[in-house]
Design a protein around this ligand. Sequence first.
Ligand code: GLN
Length: 468
Amino acid sequence: MELFELGIKAAQDGLAKGEFSATELVKSVIDRYHAKNAEIGAYLTFDEEQALALAAANPKSVPIAIKDLINVEGQPCTCASKILKGYVSPYDATVVKNLKANGFIPCGRVNMDEFAMGSSTENSGLGVTRNPYDLARVPGGSSGGSAAAVGGNLCIAALGTDTGGSIRQPASFCNCVGIKPSYGRVSRFGVTAFASSLDQVGPMTKTVEDSAILLKALAGHDEMDGTTPHDPVPDYVKALEGASLKGVRVGLPKEYLEVAGLDPEVKRITDEAIARCEAAGAELVPVSLPHTEYAMAVYYIIAPAEASANLARFDGVRYGHRSAQAKDVYSLYTKSRAEGFGPEVKRRIIMGTYVLSSGYYDAYYGRAQKVRTLIKQDFDRVFEQVDVLLTPCAPTPAFKFAELQDPLTMYLNDLFTIPSSLAGVCAASVPAGFTKDTNLPVGVQLICGGFEEERLLKICKAFEDISK
Ligand code: GLN
């Protein structure tokens, strides 16, 4: 086995036993990057010198690939947008500080949909990322670079972010484990904001145990992010001990399982996953989350509204691209933004500005917030009956480049991941099988209540054990 194939736990064990050094581990990842990145395009940039310097200074640490919207001091942070091309971050995000304090080093910047808006990484303004399982297909998005790097063994593990599914859907497409923590579990300080009431950072890894290790390092209160409570961070790794599905009440929501348009292979793999859970002693409980059908509409009001406000700061004055055509302040703003943002980002800014405009605010944004509360109450109610929900992660396996032409079909990819994001609960994608004819990975989604990551990870581990 090559060192770049290792996951976090295996790498930590090898480092502890002195079988290899962090420098050798990072060199192996760099060699793999040189051999494969031209084909897969997982990374946008890889500062080899900085990675090797960090490895030399921290001989027991494990390299982690970083999604290009998380700030690492001295590295580019472009959010895969032309508007931030050339921007170099002056500081570390709290998650990066946490990584460094826990035996990890940030290595390489991985691709994404521009400002995390998309489901295929095709919206990147800076590069193409291919699915390592089939180069004619997308890796998913928006954390497509993270997923392709993990799934294609171009890294040991990666950080992604998830606003409406951006960790879970690409994890499903690239055979990774991905965790979207509960809202507030992980600090967003230093993470470029997309939709602030939804964004979360989370691990994308080769095993559930690796996700537990990484989440433990990331999670916790941060005085720089007021949404992170003081709740202690449980020992997520210890929680995996003796993981079992015996007696676990697995909720099967009809709104996710009886859906027209669900790919037949995704349905088969999900049904088989449910049967495996039952055989392992889980109690299957049919449940209903009646407001699910409104989630997509609510998300595409709230997320663009918040994005339109968050992205106002990219105006050619403080960061990144400044139009050479600008003649005055007004044209500096408009031309810099017109030249710098890609089409999907512009679409979201326009939608967001519209739903927030006076006269429409109550009709759109205000109502969406109310329906969001109803969606959250669906989850509160259902978690009185069950421990976890099991659903498909995405309606299809990885699709081909340019296959989803109109924005609405692309948005439908997030059908199953958006409701739990709106509710702020924690959710994971865990590999569940491969499609028959095309041999593409498919994950299932497991959802637990808010701040129930311990329970979620334990169930994910038990599920992983019966799915190998
Ligand atoms: N695909 C969804 C969107 O385009 C979710 C993105 C995300 O979670 N960052 O908004």
